[in-house]
Design a protein. Sequence first.
Length: 229
Amino acid sequence: MFNGFSTAASDFLWGVRFNNYRSWFMEHKQEYLTLVQQPLKELAQEVFEQFQEKYPDLDMELHVSRIYRDARRLHGKGPYKDHLWFSIRKPTSTHWTERPVFWFEIRPEGYGYGMGMWMAKPFTMECYRKEILEHPERLLPLAEKLAAQDVFVLDSPEYKRPKEGNPDGILANWYNRKGFSISCDRDWDSLLESGDLVKTMVDGFDFLMPYYDYFMGICDLSRMKQFMS
């Protein structure tokens, strides 16, 4: 049962950030297993089970990250991650980063959770911008709903130069994006150290479901257009 992360988990992750080599990690491996891996898996499983109860027809799967970096992709970084996450996503024949997922991440200084895509394809974003211009009424109520609350923000990176056709009003903030990402980012706090985080996240994912449906529709439209071209 998830009862929160302890502040010692933050200390361990700070340790990884500043001592990212094997001998240090092996001396502190039990701390990783007890303070980070176990509560992360407990949180992931409880959130996933409650999410499935709400949306049993979505056919989602749970993935929990490992602390070990892929040795083929170190690029000068140490062999261990100082931030860990889990994602709830649909099984797919394409790479999972190309479709929206629900996610949680813990870092030494805090945590975040939300919904988005890591690597939206340029063609997908072209379809997204075209959809905004042709059917603004589909996104407008979602944009207004997001603007009316103070938990989640639209945080995907923007192009430095506005894309052609940029609409006026609230949708202008959505149009000029390089990807999809809506998140809640928090410093280390009492909620992270409490079992109440499970309900907070499930409620948050419930709030984000209409955005997930909208972005999944964009991805499906993009794949269909690519197949027909």
